[in-house]
Ligand binder design. Sequence first.
Ligand SMILES: [Zn+2]
Ligand SMILES: [Zn+2]
Length: 437
Amino acid sequence: MSKLDELLGSTFNCRCGQCHTVTTQMIVYTEDAITRIPSVLQSCIKGQRIVLLADIRTWAIAGEEARKSLEKEGWSCHVLIIPDREHKSPVCNDITFHELSSQFPQADAALAIGCGVVGDLTKWLAFEHQIPFAVLATAATMNGFTSANVAPTIKGVKTLLVARPPLAVFAVPSIIIEAPFELTAAGLGDVIAKPVSTADWIMNHIFNEEHFCSTCSEMINSLETCYFDHPERIRDRNPEAMAALMNSLFYSGVAMTIIGTSAPASGGEHLLSHTLDMISGIDGQDHDLHGRQVGLGTIVASVLYEKLFEIETPQLKPLPEIDQTFWAQRIQSVRHQYEQKIPVIEAMRKKIREAGLWQEFLNRCRSLVRTPRQIKDCLKTAGAAHTYPDIGCSRDRVRTAILHMHEIRKRPTVVDLAWMLGILPGAVDEIIDRWLV
Ligand SMILES: [Zn+2]
Ligand SMILES: [Zn+2]
């Protein structure tokens, strides 16, 4: 860990040619993390008025202890409990945001106690009120802790806002280890995406001139073996494997913040999860946790890669027309993304035909991408979701999501490549019946 630690709070000239700044000053993953909150914050924040945000569950886990620890060192704490929605956990949307924003006091800093929605809302509120914030994570559920991104639903549409990353992140190993296992398994699903999302990044670098940084793409490589090679340690909540998972989540967020996009940790595999969320927004059915859906998306993306690795001379078709009927009232936001992608795809088709580039792409990605068997076995052994019933989907629902996932974002991914190469839509039934059951 020491080398990764050195990156925190630093500005450095990278071998990729850019100068990078890591805003997050400190990541504390120790049993005494909560007692260290006041001194760490004192070193990077002016003033001692702090807003603590939590939901009722995360407050019960760590809130009171965090408040006591801060008050003991002279901090004045204002607690905001994020309300549940219709007997369910809170959601990160414009309604919750405005409700909390109107109660938000004058303060010098904010502390999110929780993860996911609590972290996102705190990040958004701190940005709106122009104060720094920190996170006390209560589960290893996703990689958003250290990123600048917020993913709220605004007027019913899933949106991406860029705020600021936290100054510090704290987590107590025994709390992370004892968290509900489905949260940990979701965290695994989110980080297992990394080899395929990196391959998508290389694809965009070679064919679309997207900036690529090997420091960021390799940042968590040394941690990955700990759960990829021994997923049973995640199932058994082995402290060393849990630390590797937690640090992978922290540092994939750091990599996204350095690059300023989600490219280091999110590619075509994430589209399955975003699409399932959007379908839920249309028909009102529940969707599963982000990382659990991303785990399945990673199986799908690795099948697509396995198939395109067999193609030595690509014959490229244009992308299909957008499905207007399917998207119904969401068509405008989806079309806005898809139409921006069409010219990029055209330029990409020309690039792919340039001598040597396709081979370069295959060579760089073959050594990187894991087989669908490896991904599925890892998820299965760890006790994570790896079939469509696991994420509460019917066969038809997951099939629909796979066939529409390329439409929702402007950035090309392996899913677009699979359509251009004629792998999709033909392979969809095999993907489901062989890999998602
Ligand atoms: Zn993710
Ligand atoms: Zn770099």
